[in-house]
Design a protein. Structure first.
Length: 237
């Protein structure tokens, strides 16, 4: 709520809420004048969409993929179909969680392809747990072959983009070594040892309206911060 006070954003997508629906701070958000949709579970996962405008046609999770983990929330807001996604981390490339991630991404692709056909104005955003290119990693050599940067993960993200979506951050000139996540350990943020794994993918209709996309590093400096920083895309009316 502090961030929203300082950044009057129309639509905010949150991942890793890590709490059951009965504990979601609904009253505080609505008192502040926002609409909200959410789905969560204890300790892990959980996603939410907070909006100044009414939220309609809410879909929880991927209807094409049976999964008890609460990772996806979709809604229509002001004529824009917004998909908030928390892609699995994958843990390590030799783990069953990595295979789950790849299967999850394949099913996500199939569903988003259908959504793109139905909704010309589509934004698919969230924590993808994938750094698209080496320039999105502070030390590509050190990260080589690891989860978040593996060839199969990057290929899965590219297939999603190939539906007709665009990484809004790369529509504009950006500073080198721009990241959205830093490990809490080993002075990761202070030394800028990060990766860019949080993305806003836009359909062609929304690309036409996109005038800026930035990463807000300020909240990462707060006391007890998230290890992620907000990514903000600005769209004209």
């Amino acid at each position: 709520m502090k961030w929203l006070e300082e950044n009057p954003t129309d639509v905010l997508c949150i991942q890793e809420t890590k709490l059951t629906d009965d504990k979601f701070p609904l009253a505080a958000i609505e008192t502040a004048g926002y609409h909200v949709a959410y789905t969560g579970q204890k300790t892990y996962n959980g996603v939410a969409i907070i909006s100044r405008l009414p939220i309609a046609d809410v879909v929880k999770n991927n209807p094409k993929y049976e999964d008890p983990q609460q990772r996806i929330l979709a809604a229509t807001i002001g004529g824009v179909r917004v998909v908030c996604a928390y892609v699995p981390n994958g843990q390590s490339i030799d783990s069953d969680k990595y295979e789950y991630k790849l299967g999850w991404l394949a099913a996500f692709h199939d569903w988003i392809k259908e959504e793109a056909a139905l909704h010309p104005q589509l934004a698919v955003l969230g924590d993808y747990n994938i750094a698209p290119e080496d320039r999105d990693v502070h030390d590509p050599v050190a990260w080589a072959g690891q989860v978040l940067v593996s060839d199969k993960e990057r290929a899965a993200l590219q297939r999603l983009i190939d539906i007709g979506l665009t990484d809004s951050y790369r529509l504009f000139e950006q500073p080198e070594k721009s990241f959205s996540w830093w490990d809490y350990r080993a002075l990761g943020f202070r030394l800028n040892k990060g990766v860019r794994i949080d993305h806003i993918l836009l359909s062609p209709e929304l690309v036409k309206r996109c005038t800026a996309c930035v990463i807000d590093r300020a909240p990462r400096k707060w006391e007890q911060p998230s290890d992620h920083a907000p990514v903000i895309a600005t769209l004209t009316d």
